[in-house]
Structure formats: C-alpha cells, structure tokens
Design a protein around this ligand. Sequence first.
Ligand SMILES: Cc1cc2nc3c(=O)[nH]c(=O)nc-3n(C[C@H](O)[C@H](O)[C@H](O)COP(=O)(O)OP(=O)(O)OC[C@H]3O[C@@H](n4cnc5c(N)ncnc54)[C@H](O)[C@@H]3O)c2cc1C
Length: 431
Amino acid sequence: MSEDRSTAIIVGAGPAGSTAAYLLAKEGHEVVLVERGTTPGSKNMYGGRMYSHALNRIMPGFWEEAPVERPIAQESITFLSGDKSVSIGCQNMGWAADPYHSFTLLRAEFDAWLAAKAEEAGALLACGIRVDELLTDGGKVIGIRAGEDEMLADVVVAADGVNSILAQKAGWAKMFSPGQVATGVKQIIELPAETIGQRFQLEGNNGAARLFVGDCSKGMQGGGFLYTNKSSISLGLVINAGALQGSQAKLCDIIEDFKSNPHIAPLIEGGQVAEYSAHLVPEAGLAMAPQLYGDGMVVVGDAAGFVLNLGYTVRGMDFAIASGEAAARTIMEAKARNDFSRQGLSRYKELLSQSFVLRDLEAYRKAPEFLENQRMFKAYPELVAGLATRLFTVDGSPPVHLMKMVFGQIKQSDISLMQLVRDSLKGAIDL
Ligand SMILES: Cc1cc2nc3c(=O)[nH]c(=O)nc-3n(C[C@H](O)[C@H](O)[C@H](O)COP(=O)(O)OP(=O)(O)OC[C@H]3O[C@@H](n4cnc5c(N)ncnc54)[C@H](O)[C@@H]3O)c2cc1C
C-alpha cells in the first residue's frame, strides 16, 4: 500500500467527479481522479442535452472552450397515437444566446474535456482503473483498492454513477426495485449539418430537443427523446425497468419500431447509425438516495440518485455538477479543520440544500409516483390525439361545439371524468 495520502480520491470521471476534482485541484489540494474507462466519457451515455446554469456558475462562459454541439432554441413534446400525433412546442431564440440555456453535447468529448480541466488544474487522472473496494479503519473510509493497488486519502468521493459500487460497499445504498430505475437506449445517427438544419427548421447552429410520449414506449412508463447535434441526431428511449420486465418486449425491437414511426422516420432518413448504447437511469429521486455522507466519504451525482425526470425535462448533468461542487466545498472546509468525520462532512447536506439540488428534488418528490400512472403513456396520448383530430377535421358532418366535443371524446376513451379531474389536479400539484 502506498503510504502517500492525498486529500481526496474521486472515483468516476463523469461530470460529478471531474467537477469536484477540478475545484479541489484549483485550490491546491492533492486529488486523484480514478476512472475505469480507458478515457473519461468512453463508458458514459445520456440522452443528449445539458442545462448550462450549474457549470456556468463554476466556469463562466464555458461554451467558449467546451466541446458543445448546438445551443437548444426549440423544445417540443409530442403525443404519439397510431398515425396521429399532437405536439406542443416552444421556440425561444433567447435560449440560444448568452447565457445559453442548454446545449446538446456528446459525452465522449465533453467528459474528456472536463476531466482534462481537472488535470490542468493539478488533479492526477488515472484511467483504466476499476475501483473494487473501500479501505476502512474502525468504520471510517480511508481509501480505495483497485486490483492489487491500494490508495489512501482523507476523503473518498463516490462519483461512480448509478448503482454505485462504493455506496454499496459502505453499506449506504438502499436496495432499489426495478420500478425505481429506467433503462435507456440511444443511437447516434449521423446526418449532414445542413440536412439537420433544414429538417428541423433551425437557424444557424441552433438545436432542437424533442420528447415523445405514447406509442414509442408501447404504452409502458417511459418515452422517447431526440436531440440534434452538429452533424448527428441522438435518438432513444427511456423505459421503466419494472414495466419492461413485466412485458415480453425487447428494447432493441422497440427502438427499431420507434425509428420507423411515421413521425420519426422522415427526420432520420438517410442517416447512418454511428453508435448504439444503453444505460440505467435512477428515476425515483430522493426515495432511492443512499446515505449521502459519513466518516471519510461523500456520494455525488447519479451515485446519490440525483436525477429528475418530469416527463417534459430530464436533468442529471446539472445535478451531478452542482453536487460535485458541493462535495468539493465541503472537503475544503473539512481540510481546514482537519475533520473528515461524519460530523465534519455534514456541511455537504447543508450546501446541497442551499443549492437547487435538494430543493428541486424535494419540490418534485411526488413526481416519480405521478409518472407511474399507466394512463399517461397510452390513454392520454390517445385522448389528446383523438381530440385534436376531431377539432381539425372538416368533412361536412354537423358542427359540434368544443365542450361537447371534449366530453364526447372523453366518453369514448378509457378514462373516466373522475380520473381525468384527479389526474389533472395531481399533475398540476406534483409536476
Ligand atoms: C438514457 C439516459 C438519458 C439521459 N438524458 C439526460 C439528459 O438529456 N440531460 C441530463 O442532464 N441528464 C440526462 N441523463 C442523466 C445523466 O446522464 C446523469 O445524471 C449524469 O451522467 C450523472 O453524472 P455522474 O458523474 O454522476 O455519473 P456518470 O456520468 O455515470 O459517471 C460515472 C463515472 O464513474 C465511472 N465508474 C463507475 N464505476 C467505477 C469504478 N468502480 N471505478 C472507477 N470508475 C468507475 C464510470 O465509468 C463513469 O465515467 C440521462 C441518463 C440516461 C441513462
């Protein structure tokens, strides 16, 4: 075992780990950032868009040098039902101007860039090393073991993503059920930049973010996403693992059906699949959060379950970055007092509560439960698409006033009026 002791060993060079490493190294602390992939980002996947606010606080104007793809100027959510679809969209050119609201990014490039920033600041980046064990002394975490190698530190930061081995080894993780996670699959489909611009009616290098509900998940809890990169499209699905387990369907078949959906096929026509990946998403929010800190260790990002999926937005990158920042600030204060005990690291939770991380997860605590409602993924998309079709159809039939049309459509649907009222109220309160 090396007797050298660094201030922090950070396990995982995703956005959470690299942010913590960057901030600590910038202040002159000895930091080792350990990553199992051959390069940071090589094992990482996500949908495709990062909200800018968290990183912009730490590195103002980061987009000037970071490998960002397109700033998002167009958002939409589309309900798919058979050959019908209804979209609610919003275009805001202000989002695609300084201070840019969000960007599409490719993780292999972005994660490598962020880890390189940590290295430039003085962190030691060690790739191709998988951490297997925590070293403990009297219940306190004092380091890590990777194969034959052991390393010591004042504090270990578990930034090892969903299903964190470190949180499990510490005995801090809760057992989660399949219903608390989703499985995501994604394809990166290459297309010329001009084709993307024309198909999505984008100005300059602006980008589009589109979410889909309904047929794309075969009525299961989940949905589809499409993000435009510079010269590729990120297209995929996120489906609740519990729902998937209970069905006969295979994700690889569902994504092929999604690609051939008449609303998607024209957008990706002629494109070449350059990448195919799959990953778990922690979806139960605070209900699945592990113990966040203890003697000698803090847990950040996906390892802590910090992801918010509201159906119309998916956020994890900004939570990862802000929790990495909170961990770094906690460790700096703990170092000044030379107190890495549970008490000494309790500041982490205070900082998370002062930032948007715990505030937003607390505010949307009931959202995961709301999204378990099966009606959201089949009956409502059918109702919305059916109603819009009636509204826009002119075929010489006798006129029907709007109210009667709405009630007529509800009557024909699988949803009772009481359910509609209850779901609307619950949605308005929980989301
Ligand atoms: C399908 C899908 C779509 C998503 N869409 C979005 C989106 O559009 N926008 C958004 O903001 N968020 C999205 N997310 C969530 C987002 O990807 C995560 O919240 C974010 O990546 C969390 O960052 P992290 O640093 O905590 O973990 P990760 O990015 O998972 O990084 C963990 C790192 O730890 C490394 N590691 C793991 N175990 C070990 C070990 N034992 N030893 C050494 N290294 C290890 C991994 O290789 C990895 O590099 C999506 C996620 C999925 C799966």
